[in-house]
Ligand binder design. Structure first.
Ligand code: GLC
Ligand code: CA
Length: 543
């Protein structure tokens, strides 16, 4: 068995997880303090979003130094303690390597700015007149992807924020630096890595894009597989658990990234299933999820990756996505049912499941209605862009409230008490008001809670090799109310039926008929099986 197929990863957004010194920022000591909670949940790895020194323009994805910890999160000694304490509980740490770009505050970029040729060659600088950027590419956070430096009379590329300068992977010295950083953390005891937007590292041609924002010229670029093989091999991390975040990628590329024969990565994050509520591909729009599209994407990616011997990271939530229960589920009457259904839908697929902090207790969108409550650079930029495009403040805020990344970044809700047990000070980002009813303390005390259901899913993965290793085949393809699939390993079979609607839904074959034919109900979010599925019902049957 490949070692990571039966594992579960829990993503921590350290800034919002647990504060221990009252400064309103989560810290490493806070993670250590919550290890028993995580061990009890049953997760194997903790992926920490970046904790490196950073100006925090993009919450740590703008790294100023890859080899130490930002003092606001703690010290290297705190990290050593966290690694050791996690290890005692059988939990490994995964670090988030932001290697497509650095912060412009990084030493390398500062030296480049001072005209040092060696370091200018670490980045992507292009000559040009101050009025005309080298290409018309757009930054993913809005505005042009190039910034002019008058002193150098050159432009530099930033696919993200203007303070996130893209690294020049064509330069072998850059690759050597990055390998050294990986070796450094491996020696420290870090057990795996997540690579941020790693399919953007190999830029192809620098040409104007008259059809899109430029991404077709640098996504899954010409040397990306070669570069990945090289850094993974040379840094000695082959065999460790690794996951690449793949922006606007294709299945053929993801097979190559994750097929063990290629020696690139253990698995890939792709995002097509989280764009089914984008109107005409626009993230900043309001649309109900297109269930038909969702089903087709899952079928294609699950069956396709199996065929190519690739491996998916399966997930609904992360620090860039609104909360799934607000998005595809229900935050009212069927909050609990829908959160459990969504959990089962993902955890029983073929792939390694990722849980984002708070998902396991059914945390919902923050629903902040005033732009001043937001901290995320992308949300703030798009607020301005939407206003400039003629939307009223009210229309704009409806969109920001639904789509902002800050929805998932509000502090973890530990208790019903003041500040939700997250801090004694003022949290860096406001708390969700509903922490009085949605919190870990309450969920832990309830055997029928969402949290208990996640524990059960994790336990089942450890017990049933079928969940980790079985084949997958999608069913009920024409029924847009229901996501359904079958898993199989040898003689053993599992059926998963998920109703995504707040009404009852029919199946081609009733769950009761399955029971009559020798199938056994293994798991569900309602008591005994009925002839159809109740609102947001999930039924899992085995034979
Ligand atoms: C990834 C991160 C996101 C960040 C971006 C730029 O998408 O998940 O939070 O803003 O990369 O580093
Ligand atoms: Ca703190």
């Amino acid at each position: 068995m490949t070692s990571f197929h039966d594992k579960v990863v829990y993503q921590i957004y350290p800034k919002s997880f647990q504060d221990t010194n009252g400064d309103g920022w989560g810290d490493l000591k806070g993670i250590t303090a919550r290890l028993d909670y995580l061990a009890d949940l049953g997760v194997d790895y903790l992926w920490l979003t970046p904790i490196f020194p950073s100006p925090q323009r993009d919450n740590g994805y703008d790294v100023a130094d890859y080899r130490t910890v930002d003092p606001r999160f703690g010290t290297m000694a705190d990290l050593d303690t966290l690694i050791a304490e996690a290890d005692k509980r059988g939990i490994g740490l995964m670090f988030d390597m932001v290697f497509n770009h650095t912060s412009t505050a990084h030493d390398w970029f500062q030296k480049a700015l001072s005209g040092d040729e060696k370091y200018m060659n670490y980045y992507i600088f292009r000559d040009g007149a101050p009025e005309t950027p080298p290409t018309n590419w757009q930054s993913k956070f809005g505005g042009p992807a190039w910034e002019y430096v008058p002193k150098l009379k050159k432009w530099y590329l930033h696919l993200f924020d203007v303070t996130q300068a893209d690294l020049n992977w064509e330069n072998p010295e850059v690759r050597a630096e990055l390998k050294d950083i990986l070796r450094f953390w491996k020696e420290k005891g870090i057990k795996g890595f997540r690579f941020d937007v790693v399919n953007l590292i190999s830029k192809g041609e620098y040409r104007d894009d008259f059809e899109g924002d430029g991404r077709r010229f640098y996504t899954d670029g010409p040397r990306v597989h070669e570069f990945l093989k090289e850094i993974v091999h040379d840094s000695g991390i082959d065999g460790m658990i690794t996951v690449g975040e793949m922006s606007s990628t294709t299945i053929d590329n993801c097979i190559r990234y994750s097929n063990p024969k290629e020696h690139e990565l253990s698995m890939t994050f792709s995002f097509h299933h989280l764009k089914v509520d984008y109107k005409n591909g626009d993230k900043w729009s309001l649309m109900a999820p297109d269930m038909h599209a969702l089903k087709e994407i899952f079928a294609k990616w699950q069956e396709g990756m199996e065929e190519g011997n690739g491996w998916n990271a399966v997930f609904w939530c992360n620090h860039d996505q609104p909360r799934i229960v607000s998005r595809f589920g229900d935050t009212g009457k069927y909050w609990r049912e829908s959160a459990k259904m969504l959990a089962a839908a993902i955890h029983l697929m073929r792939g390694t499941p990722y849980i984002y902090q708070g998902e396991e207790i059914g945390m919902t969108n923050a629903d902040f209605t005033d732009i001043r409550a937001y901290r995320d650079v992308e949300s703030i930029n798009y607020h301005d862009i939407l206003r400039k495009n003629g939307k009223s403040e009210e229309e704009t805020m409806k969109i920001i409230t639904a789509c902002s990344r800050d929805n998932s970044r509000t502090p973890m809700q530990w208790t019903a008490g003041e500040k939700a047990g997250f801090t004694t000070g003022t949290p860096w980002l406001g708390l969700n008001k509903n922490h009085e009813t949605i919190n870990a303390e309450q969920e832990s005390a309830d055997g029928n809670s969402i949290l208990s259901f996640y524990k059960e899913l994790i336990r089942l993965r450890k017990e049933m090799p079928l969940i980790a290793e079985g084949t997958i085949h999608f069913l009920e393809r024409e029924n847009d109310d229901v996501l359904a699939y079958e898993r199989q390993l040898g003689e053993e079979r599992l059926l998963v039926f998920c109703n995504f609607r707040p009404q009852e839904a029919d199946l081609q074959e009733s769950p009761l008929t399955y029971e009559k034919n020798g199938w056994q109900k293994l798991l569900g979010n309602y008591p005994e099986c009925r002839a159809n599925l109740r609102p947001y019902e999930v039924v899992v049957l085995k034979k």
